[in-house]
Design a protein around this ligand. Structure first.
Ligand code: GDP
Length: 195
């Protein structure tokens, strides 16, 4: 499902640019530098597939990938990076809200959280938005290889506490390392199992 068949489809800047909602869709969100491109590359087994979304000009777009003809993988722009001018940020927030509340085939949002940092204020804001939009979201911890088991447990406890407020949160956390491949098969299986 998620390996050789994954292709970049298009970058979307407005709701009318979305492809037809004719297949299941999952999206990936997270703060800039959380490891989102690395995770998408690891998931799809294709180095550089998500590099497209990190090239200048592409960073404010909703980037669509097709996985065979059964799924869309959607790479949402990284947030929490203060460099963008305010009108750009506001335009992006409006698009994100419209996307999250208006996409009938969106089955799950994966919210990436850097395991070293845990849930930050900007992540909590996105959780609130996901919750208001009634989009089921699942937290994926990234860069687990940088932490000891004890440090990982500490972050997991913090994340669980942050999720308690959000009924739309899927309780199971996914611990990953794109570098070492940990958690990648689990995440693939979760996506493949969505109906
Ligand atoms: P993005 O901005 O969210 O797309 O983040 P990138 O995928 O570009 O990764 C940001 C930085 O984190 C890069 O230097 C990556 O090499 C590093 N990184 C990403 N995933 C991992 C991981 O699983 N382990 C480690 N140690 N570093 C990672």
């Amino acid at each position: 499902l998620l390996t050789s068949e994954v292709e970049f489809l298009k970058g979307v800047v407005a709701m009318d640019g979305l492809p037809p909602s004719d297949r299941l869709e999952v999206c990936f969100a997270g703060r800039s530098n959380v490891g989102k491109s690395s995770l998408i590359n690891a998931l799809t087994g294709r180095r550089a597939i998500a590099r497209t979304s990190n090239t200048p000009g592409r960073t404010q777009e909703i980037n669509y990938f097709t996985a065979g003809d059964s799924h869309y993988l959607v790479d949402l722009p990284g947030y929490g990076f203060a460099k963008a001018p305010l009108p750009v940020v506001e335009k992006w927030q409006l698009l994100l809200k419209a996307y999250l509340s208006g996409r009938a085939n969106l089955r799950r949002a994966f919210l990436l959280v850097d395991m070293r940092h845990g849930v930050k204020d900007v992540d909590a804001e996105i959780m609130k938005l996901l919750n208001q939009s009634a989009v089921t979201f699942q937290v994926v911890l990234t860069k687990a290889d940088k932490l000891s088991a004890a440090e990982q447990e500490k972050t997991l406890a913090q994340v669980r506490a942050a999720l308690a407020k959000h009924p739309a949160a899927y309780p199971e956390l996914v611990v990953t390392s794109s570098e070492k491949g940990a958690g990648i098969p689990t995440l693939r299986a979760i996506i493949a199992g969505l109906t």
